[in-house]
Design a protein around this ligand. Structure first.
Ligand SMILES: [Zn+2]
Length: 376
């Protein structure tokens, strides 16, 4: 009996402790608006029912006040793909628009950033040291919406607009839910709100930032809607000439629900997605911890590269987060620089973003603001 009571107390204590850990992921990361941020909107400004829901998330506006193109940048569509989110954060904290404007959503699926994927052993957050000795912390969320916010999954997920059938858990995958539905699931509503933002703001270009495992064929690549192919090819060539290899894939015709397919077909925006290589997402990885996410080094992947099993080079240096963010920032800057060549009055000029050489291999913390807003 006494053992029963002791066990009961121990279970209650464990539940209390772990629920505290779970709740800590509900707190949003601190993002410090930099000198170029002219307004902070919310996703619910474009679809009111999202207000107060786990799908609500900030939209940072960097408006030059001068005519030009409008570019939407998304990070955190898949919240475990940290380079996408960090690249978006770097834009918010460093970029200043001189012509045209940017709308940046660092956590496109905010619900996905409130939990980790089951059975992956991922850390809940990473810590990035700043030059002054302090640090910034960023959550490492999940690929999909939190099941506490959308449950149960259907056995088969049917994409509403096409009738395409996918695995049940893809019902919570934002990048299988476009163009979304106003009366649909939370994930469909978030997709719908982003579609509404693109339409209402008359976006010329949408860039969705992702990562994937080194053994995934679509890696270090742009995926572009057919209308965005000319611009994307120009970008791929330009960054190649700067020494960064970046592939180019067309948006598949038959796979529905993807942002480049659906918003490319249904809005006037050019829509592209970029992928960098993250070993923390791979099936071949060994020890899984915050170092793997930050340093991107894994001896298993060095072996896999040696026997030709990967789609990216992989040596002992790995692919650190700073290099993966540098790839996104470099590709993104090339898109911004060249958008004006592909449409009238779409010129965008943005200053303040670091170059590939400044970012890759450097301390990411150099390009993050202190926790308190600082003057530039
Ligand atoms: Zn992704």
């Amino acid at each position: 009996m006494r053992r029963g009571v002791a066990l009961f107390v121990a279970v209650i204590a464990l539940v209390a402790l772990s629920s505290g850990t779970f709740r800590s992921m509900e707190r949003a990361d601190v993002i410090v608006p930099g000198p170029g941020v002219t307004a902070t909107a919310r996703l619910s400004d474009y679809f009111a029912p999202l207000a107060g829901s786990p799908g609500e998330t900030p939209v940072y506006v960097l408006d030059s006040g001068n005519p030009g193109g409008t570019v939407v940048i998304l990070g955190g569509t898949h919240a475990d793909e940290l380079a996408g989110k960090l690249a978006a954060v770097l834009v918010v904290e460093n970029a200043v628009a001189r012509q045209g404007r940017l709308l940046v959503i660092p956590e496109a699926n905010a619900s996905a950033s409130t939990h980790t994927l089951p059975l992956e052993g991922h850390p809940q957050r990473v810590f990035i040291p700043l030059p002054d000795g302090s640090e910034r912390t960023f959550k490492l969320g999940s690929r999909v919406t939190n099941p506490l916010h959308q449950w149960p999954d259907p056995i088969v997920y049917v994409h509403a607009a096409s009738g395409q059938e996918l695995a049940g858990s893809d019902a919570r995958n934002l990048n299988r839910n476009y163009p979304g539905r106003p009366d649909g699931s939370l994930t469909e509503q978030v997709a719908y709100a982003i579609q509404q933002l693109v339409v209402q703001e008359e976006a010329d270009l949408v860039i969705d930032l992702h990562e994937a495992s080194p053994e995934y064929p679509v890696i270090n690549t742009i995926v572009a809607h057919p209308r965005a192919m000319d611009l994307a090819a120009w970008v791929a060539l330009e960054v190649q000439m700067e020494g960064m290899s970046l592939g180019l894939e067309p948006s598949p015709e038959s796979l529905r629900g993807l942002i480049h397919r659906e918003l490319g077909d249904q809005t006037s925006a050019l829509v592209v997605l970029m992928e960098s290589a993250n070993p923390a997402q791979g099936r071949l990885r060994g020890k899984t911890d915050a170092d793997l996410v930050l340093e991107g080094q894994d001896p298993n992947y060095v072996k896999a590269a040696r026997i030709g099993r990967l789609y990216v080079p992989f040596d002992e240096g790995g692919h650190p987060l700073s290099e993966r963010v540098a790839r996104h920032i470099t590709g993104l800057q090339s898109f911004l620089r060249n958008l004006g060549l592909f449409g009238e009055d779409q010129e965008v000029v943005v200053e303040g973003l670091p170059s590939y050489a400044e970012l890759a291999g450097s301390d990411l913390g150099r390009f993050l603001q202190g926790a308190e807003p600082t003057e530039h």
